[in-house]
Each structure stands twice: as C-alpha cells, then as structure tokens.
Design a protein around this ligand. Structure first.
Ligand code: NAP
Ligand code: HSE
Length: 446
C-alpha cells in the first residue's frame, strides 16, 4: 500500500461499539475529518460499525448498510485495515481483539479491564504476529498519559506515578463533598453523563482505577503484572462524616492510585481512598477530572491533568491511536505499538507499605473508651498525632454514639491491621472502622 494508491482506495476502519465512546469516535471522525486528513495526510473512511442491537435509536447517523450486529464481519472483511474495539468487557471483546490480531489487523482499544486481565496474552500475540495494539484511551480519558509514558518519558526510570485516574469516583467524591449529594444520586449522575463503566461497581470499588494502574505500571516497568498483586479498595464505605472530619483537619478525600518504585527495586502498587492536604494541587482536582503525577529520574516531577472520562475526551484519545495505527499501517516494519521488554517486577506485600493513617471508629459514649483504643495502638507501637470527636448522636434504640478519629503516625499497613483487630474486639466499639491513608505527596503547594 502506498500514499498515492490511498487516493483511490482510502484506509478502511471497522468500529465495534456505538455506545458512549463509539458514538463520540464516529461523530468526531465525521466532524473533524478534514483536519484529520490534512494533518495525517492519509485518506480514510469508516467502513463498518458493529453493535449489539440493530434496532436501537442512535445519536449518530450511520448508513444502514454500514451497521452489523456481528463483529466477525469487521475481522473477516479483507478491506478493513484497522479494528477499533469499543464494546467493553472481557468476553466478546477478548474474542474480537484476538481475532483481529490473528487476521493481521491492528487494533485500537480503550478497554482497560481487558488489558489488565489478559494483557500478557494479548501483547505476546501482538509481538508474535507483529501486529500492533494501541490503547491510549485505557487510562486517563483524554489525557495523553500512555503516549507520554511510552514515548515522551522514554529515557526515565519511573520513580512514581501517583494520582486520580477514575473520573466517576472523583465525580462522586466531589459531589458528596461540595454539594452534599448522596452517594447513590452522584453515581446515577455519573452514569447519565457517560462517565461510568457498564458495570459501575468497578468504578466505586476501585477496580477500574486498579486496571488502569496495572496498565500504567506495565508501561513504566515493561512487564504485565497480575491483578492479584495490586491492593484495591474503593470509596463505597465512606460516610458524610469522613468528609466533615477531613475538612476540619485540613484535608480532602481522593481515591488515589500509588505506583512507587523503592530503592531496593520493590514496587508499591495500590488504590485506596486517601486524605490529601487541601493546599496540595491534587486536592483541587474535582468532578470528572483526573490528575496523574509522574516522577522520573531525569525529568523530575510532571503532572498530567484533564477530563478522565466521557464521550469527547475519550474519543480524542481513541482517534489519536487511530491516526498512529494508520501511519503504522503504511510503514508496518517500524510500527510503534507497545512491546513488553521486561519479565520481572517485585510487587510489595500491602502489609509492608507505610504511610500515616486516619482511623475513624464509632464508639458508645462510655468512660474509658478512648483510653482503651489508645492503649491498643501503644501496644502495637503506633503513635497518635491527634484525636478528634464528633458531637454525640443517638441510634434508633436510644444508644448514644460518638465518632472518634485517630490520626496515626506512619507504620506498616499490616501493623495497623493487627492493632485494629484488637480495637474492634473492645466493648462499646463498632466493628467497622473507616481507614484512610494520608499519602506522602511530592510538591505540596498549589
Ligand atoms: P457502552 O456505552 O456500554 O457501549 C458499548 C457498545 O458496545 C454499545 O454500542 C453496544 O451495542 C456495543 N456492544 C456490546 N457488546 C457487543 C457485541 N458483542 N457485539 C457488538 N457490539 C457490542 O460503553 P462505553 O462507555 O462506550 O465504553 C466502551 C469501552 O471504552 C469500554 O471498554 C470502557 O471501559 C472504555 N472506556 C470508556 C470510557 C467512558 O468514559 N465511557 C472512557 C475510557 C474508556 P448496543 O449499543 O447495541 O447495546
Ligand atoms: N469509568 C471510567 C472512569 C471511564 O470513570 O474513569 C474512563 O476510563
């Protein structure tokens, strides 16, 4: 295939999925077709679009002859050069991606669940066949974080990647904190805005961020990491009083991803709700926005900020990959698709990871309860830097309860868990404490 032959026969794209992202991609490919062809200098057209339900009313006008409810048609059509997978999930999407690669068609995808769960196999197949897979939309929405890690920061040993990489949960946290919206209502709004996954439990239980963290770690360290190695905890157990305490103490609550390489080569890899000082730049990232701080040994600190989910930002990322895929299709021997380059990565046991903590315990309003809890922390050699309490409140049976917050000095997570196992056995203590990390962040100023 040559550039001059493309004038008569443009490159053909097969798009699988016409939901939030697929619709945005189709719409933008039509609306900005002129600048895309002018900048990329490659004529192209969308030849086929696969959906699940042919009768569904669509936001975009796709010619009826282009639509199919059988994605195999994209893979089997010899004219289709590139397949864009935007159906989501790990079943049909897996079959489609593997079939497309086997048919020697480069794949563009935004499917973080698929790459986190089956990345090793998919990248092996891609390398073995020499057919690239591109995945800019799989982390950070419209932020070009994948290209930055793979290309712009290529000379760096990555020391850490810390930040917010789930738009839905950040939207929920912001709504709860800034407008007092209930968790359920905020999630419903995020779904209506097209931010949430088809299964929104992945957004709130931290696993969507976990999948993205595995992809960022793969780019930073050159190897896939099993999802069993990452510690993930979500935002679903936060209560409005955690936001009140956080504010009183000078913090906000964010679901933070932490990927940190230690001097001995061990990698810290976790997703947890955390307290962020209000004056820190990450604290001001609200709504659907993501912010990812990447620190490299050569570049130092960098910060990437932008919309982390939604139709248009995600389409922007997908289409950047489509253009790269088209360029690589013309010069396949030098394709720029990602290749694994390492086979070793020692992920730390979560029990060994150290930070200070916020621990909120609900206790009955009785003498000696604080002293009993403090004694257990002392027995486990955990220092207390501050204690706060809320006004008393009565339950339905007339019992009076207080929420107590202990701000604890840094200690390993395992040591904290051992102490809490003792705390919850005390009389007059609710057995479900709320634990937040207090993350040591780099530059503290806005
Ligand atoms: P979505 O709104 O649920 O859309 C999924 C689309 O795939 C629908 O058009 C559906 O068809 C189609 N589909 C599902 N199964 C199919 C099958 N077996 N054969 C053919 N078509 C099928 O999902 P989305 O939000 O666009 O997300 C798509 C992917 O992008 C996911 O991997 C997601 O994780 C990722 N992503 C999403 C965002 C975001 O902000 N939403 C951001 C980054 C990445 P029907 O319309 O007929 O039901
Ligand atoms: N559900 C994801 C989010 C979409 O809210 O961040 C973007 O990957």
């Amino acid at each position: 295939m040559t550039l001059s032959s493309l004038k008569e026969k443009p490159l053909k794209l097969g798009l699988a999925g016409l939901g939030t992202v697929g619709t945005g991609v189709y719409e933008t490919l039509q609306r900005n077709h002129d600048i895309l062809e002018a900048r990329a200098k490659i004529p192209f057209e969308v030849k086929k679009v696969a959906v699940r339900d042919l009768d569904k009313v669509r936001e975009v006008d796709v010619p009826v002859e282009c639509l199919t409810n059988d994605w195999h048609e994209l893979v089997e059509d010899p004219e289709i050069d590139i397949v864009i997978e935007l159906i989501g999930g790990t079943t049909a999407a897996y079959d489609l991606v593997v079939a497309a690669l086997n048919a020697r068609k480069p794949v563009v995808t935004g499917n973080k669940a698929l790459l986190a769960e089956c990345g090793f196999e998919i990248f092996q197949l891609s390398a073995q066949l020499g057919v690239p897979i591109y995945f800019e939309a799989s982390a950070g929405g419209g932020i070009p974080i994948i290209a930055s890690l793979a290309n712009s920061l290529i000379c760096n040993h990555i020391k850490s990647i810390v930040g917010i990489i789930n738009g839905t949960s950040n939207y929920i946290l912001s709504e709860m904190e800034e407008h007092g919206t209930t968790f359920e209502k905020a999630l419903e709004q995020a779904q209506q805005l097209g931010y949430a996954e088809a299964d929104p439990t992945l957004d709130v239980n931290g696993w969507d961020a976990g999948h993205k963290a595995l992809i960022l770690a793969m780019l930073a360290y050159g190897t896939t990491i099993s999802p069993a190695k990452i510690f993930v905890s979500g935002i679903e157990r936060l209560s409005p009083c955690d936001f009140q305490f956080a504010e009183d103490l000078g913090y906000t609550i964010k679901l933070l991803v932490v990927i940190r390489s230690h001097e001995n080569g061990d990698l810290e890899l976790r997703v947890q709700p955390s307290l962020v000082p209000r004056e820190h730049i990450i604290a001001s990232v609200s709504g659907v926005f993501n912010a990812i701080a990447v620190t490299g040994d050569i570049v130092g600190e960098t910060l990437f900020y932008g919309r982390g989910a939604g139709k248009n930002p995600t389409s922007s990322a997908v289409i950047s990959d489509v253009i790269t895929a088209m360029r690589d299709t013309l010069f396949p021997q030098h394709h720029t698709g990602f290749k694994l380059y390492s086979s070793d990565c020692r992920v730390m046991d979560i029990d060994d990871t150290v930070t200070p903590y916020y621990v909120r315990v609900k206790v009955a309003d009785r003498h000696g309860v604080i002293a009993g809890i403090a004694a257990i922390f002392a027995r486990h050699s955990i220092g207390i830097s501050a204690v706060s309490s809320s006004f008393s409140h009565k339950d339905d049976e007339g019992n009076v309860w207080n929420d107590l917050v202990f701000m604890l000095h840094g200690c390993p997570w395992g040591q904290l868990q051992n102490s809490l196992a003792g705390v919850i056995l005390l009389p007059n203590v609710d057995p479900a404490p709320s634990v937040l990390r207090i993350e040591p962040l780099l530059s503290q100023v806005r």
